[in-house]
Design a protein around this ligand. Structure first.
Ligand code: SF4
Ligand code: SF4
Length: 176
């Protein structure tokens, strides 16, 4: 990597206390920032095509539910497979995103993993999709979605860890 870029990333990580906030070491924090920059570039390039789409879906990660045990009242459809939020908790991030996106005409899927997405796209033929996930999941998804005729926008998790994860609702509102 170019030395100037590396120094800029180092400075950003120190300035915004990214290591403290994420618990990552410096190398992983640099990879995180690079992933976010790449993601933003991909979103920007694909934005025009996405805005022309009508039939859209929102894919939310199951790890952002308020509860990941039987206190979550969502029903699970193993054929898709996806959870359908039952709106048991007003302060659940998945509930908020679900309700907002439904009003905007989106179909919502709360997924146990991104590998379900190609199957959903083959059966439901969405023109545009918005996906919320961590960087690792996004990287795994990219090759699976390559070659599919769908315009995508991605929203990264701002807190990872496969449970009690967070995404930014304001970002979601702007993207969808
Ligand atoms: S609001 Fe929905 S996703 Fe959140 S815990 Fe309740 S049923 Fe599960
Ligand atoms: S943190 Fe990433 S890999 Fe873990 S459950 Fe959430 S989206 Fe999937």
């Amino acid at each position: 990597m170019h030395k100037t870029l590396l120094k800029t990333l180092n400075d950003l990580i120190l300035k915004f206390k990214i290591q403290e906030a994420t618990g990552l070491n410096l190398t992983d924090a640099i990879v995180l920032i690079q992933d976010l920059i790449n993601l933003q570039a991909i979103n920007t390039i694909g934005r025009g095509k996405f805005l022309e789409t009508k039939k859209r879906a929102l894919f939310l990660p199951h790890c952002s539910r308020k509860y990941m045990d039987n206190r979550c009242q969502a029903t699970f459809n193993s054929d898709i497979p996806s959870y359908a939020c039952a709106h048991c908790s007003k302060d659940c991030l998945v509930n908020k995103a679900d309700q907002y996106a439904k009003k905007k005409g989106y179909d919502i899927y709360v997924l146990p993993g991104g590998s379900c997405i190609p199957k959903i796209l083959k059966t439901s033929h969405y023109e545009g999709i918005v996906g919320v996930a961590c960087g690792e999941e996004m990287k795994m998804m990219s090759p699976l979605l390559n070659g599919m005729e769908v315009a995508g926008q991605a929203i990264p998790l701002i807190k990872n860890g496969c449970a009690n994860t967070l995404f930014n609702m304001e970002t979601l509102v702007k993207v969808i």
